[in-house]
Design a protein around this ligand. Structure first.
Ligand code: C5P
Length: 284
């Protein structure tokens, strides 16, 4: 599998630069990659990317661009200038928008003589399930087939991969092959890991505390997705918004290239130990 720490991206969902710097210093030497998303980037802007990069972290800029092609192309150019190693756009923005993003990344990298970032399409958010797709968004489809449809669009547009839950990795790999980059958020502790694991298990069993939603409507993990036993003791906050979850080991076992882990590490009493536990789970 290579070095597990290459696969772990910690989501720095904090409200300012000071908190981000503290977290980065806490994780330094254990974690090598981080994810900067809408909260921190809105609070601190490019300085957040700089703070991570100057400490030696690779940065996945998770701003999920979703706008007209010209605007997204401009944003991708600026993200490339920041030196992020990966970025994403919403696949729901359509083919022309994703094509503009892919082309902008290639052109900007050449013009600025920097590495071209990996460009991903966000498929179906891990906080959504089939009920939400149908009842709220009017998409009459299983989550899996909608993810496959959006990922196919991303590939056709020239993007390098997609963001999807662990549950869709098997079918994604089957359809798009080994080189398609798959990034998986919605990572939680396995169900017999004690109190925190039992809280997480509500999501794995019944699609979360989203009363009335159909349980298990997307089936289990793809491929060999049951994964090896997890040793990680990672805290999961109550009232969790993620519904399509898996353990870190199960996501990697199913074929994710990267996993994104936020609160199970950042909200843990000891984030460094929680990150170490996730890495041990991946090595185990
Ligand atoms: O705290 P938690 O582990 O749920 O954090 C997951 C992170 O991954 C969040 O920053 C969230 O924005 C991000 N993400 C996600 N689902 C996607 C894409 C990104 O949860 N489809």
């Amino acid at each position: 599998m290579g070095d597990p720490s290459d696969r772990l991206l910690v989501a720095l969902d904090v409200d300012g630069l000071d908190q981000a710097a503290t977290l980065l210093d806490t994780l330094s030497g254990v974690v090598t990659g981080c994810k900067i998303g809408n909260q921190l980037f809105t609070a601190a802007g490019p300085a957040a990317v700089e703070a991570a990069r100057k400490r030696g972290f690779r940065v996945f800029l998770d701003l999920k661009y979703h706008d007209i092609p010209n605007t997204v192309a401009g944003a991708v150019r600026e993200a490339t200038r920041l030196g992020v190693f990966m970025l994403n756009v919403h696949a729901g923005g359509g083919l022309a928008m994703m094509r503009a993003a892919a082309e902008a990344a290639t052109r900007a990298a050449k013009d600025l003589a920097v590495p071209r970032p990996i460009c991903l399409g966000v498929t179906v958010l891990t906080s959504l399930d089939r009920h939400a797709l149908d009842a709220e968004l009017g998409i009459v489809s299983t989550v899996e087939s909608h993810v496959l449809r959006l990922a196919g669009l991303a590939k056709a547009a020239g993007l390098d991969g997609c963001v999807a839950s662990a549950r869709e990795i098997g079918p994604l790999r089957l359809q798009f092959g080994k080189k398609f980059v798959i990034v998986t958020p919605g990572i939680r502790a396995r169900r017999d890991d004690g109190a925190s694991g039992r809280r997480a298990s509500r999501n794995e069993e019944g699609m979360g505390g989203s009363g009335g939603r159909a349980p298990r409507d997307e089936g289990g993990l793809g491929g060999s997705g049951t994964g090896p036993p997890s040793q990680a003791i990672i805290a999961t906050p109550s009232g969790d918004d993620q519904v399509r979850t898996a353990t870190a080991a199960a996501a990697i076992e199913a074929g994710a290239d990267y996993i994104v882990v936020g609160r199970p590490i950042t909200a843990a009493p000891n984030p460094r130990a929680a990150a170490q536990a996730v890495l041990e789970e991946l090595s185990g």
